[in-house]
Design a protein around this ligand. Structure first.
Ligand code: ADP
Length: 179
């Protein structure tokens, strides 16, 4: 696990389950365009939230790569879920811009809703095939770039299923800190 204080904000990287983040205001869903349940992160979030989440999502769908929408969290231990559609690697282009837009749009919605703490998964690195190290560079560079402009958001956490993904993100964050 890594904790860093940057621009007065806390950045945390740790292993964990996106559906079990009880100390955070908001969790981010690596959603599909239809905002339905599925595998990976979307499955975990919808299973834990219950069927009302899909009901609230239905009129908001479809969303496009890079877009984000916000809903209540129902049976999840959070106030909100922000649903982001990441790019499918090799097909939604330019991937890096679309992935960066996910993180920027999620943080914009967080600020608009007075959210103080938000947990992200590694968007697009599962079923959507984005190589983890490349995705980590885009995600962490975007977050670091947004930090000075944030006012309500005080804590940003990334959770990873695989220990190797945590390690990769820790190494990338370390490198970005030296740039
Ligand atoms: P995408 O379709 O955007 O690629 P996935 O949900 O398939 O999204 O995977 C995104 C990342 O989240 C992958 O690295 C995957 O290992 C990880 N992951 C899957 N389930 C969970 C979970 N419950 N909590 C945190 N991370 C998860």
């Amino acid at each position: 696990m890594t904790t860093k204080n940057i621009h007065g904000k806390v950045i945390e990287l740790l292993r964990g389950d996106i559906a079990n983040q009880p100390d955070m205001d908001c969790v981010v869903n690596a959603a599909n365009a239809q905002l339905r349940t599925g595998g990976g992160v979307a499955g975990a979030i919808h299973r834990a939230a219950g069927p009302e989440l899909e009901e609230e999502c239905r009129p908001l769908a479809p969303i496009r790569p890079g877009e984000a929408v916000i809903t209540a969290a129902y049976n999840l231990p959070n106030r909100y879920v922000i649903h982001c559609l990441g790019p499918v690697y090799g097909s939604d282009k330019p991937e890096a811009d679309l992935l960066a837009a996910c993180y920027r749009n999620a943080l914009r919605l967080a600020e608009e809703n007075n959210i103080e703490s938000i947990t992200f998964p590694a968007i697009s690195t599962g079923a959507f095939g984005y190589p983890v190290e490349e995705a980590a560079r885009v995600a962490l560079r975007t977050i670091l770039g947004e930090l000075p402009g944030l006012s309500t958001v005080k804590k940003i956490r990334f959770v990873f299923f695989h220990p190797s993904d945590l390690k990769t993100h820790e190494q990338v964050l370390e490198k970005l800190g030296k740039e």
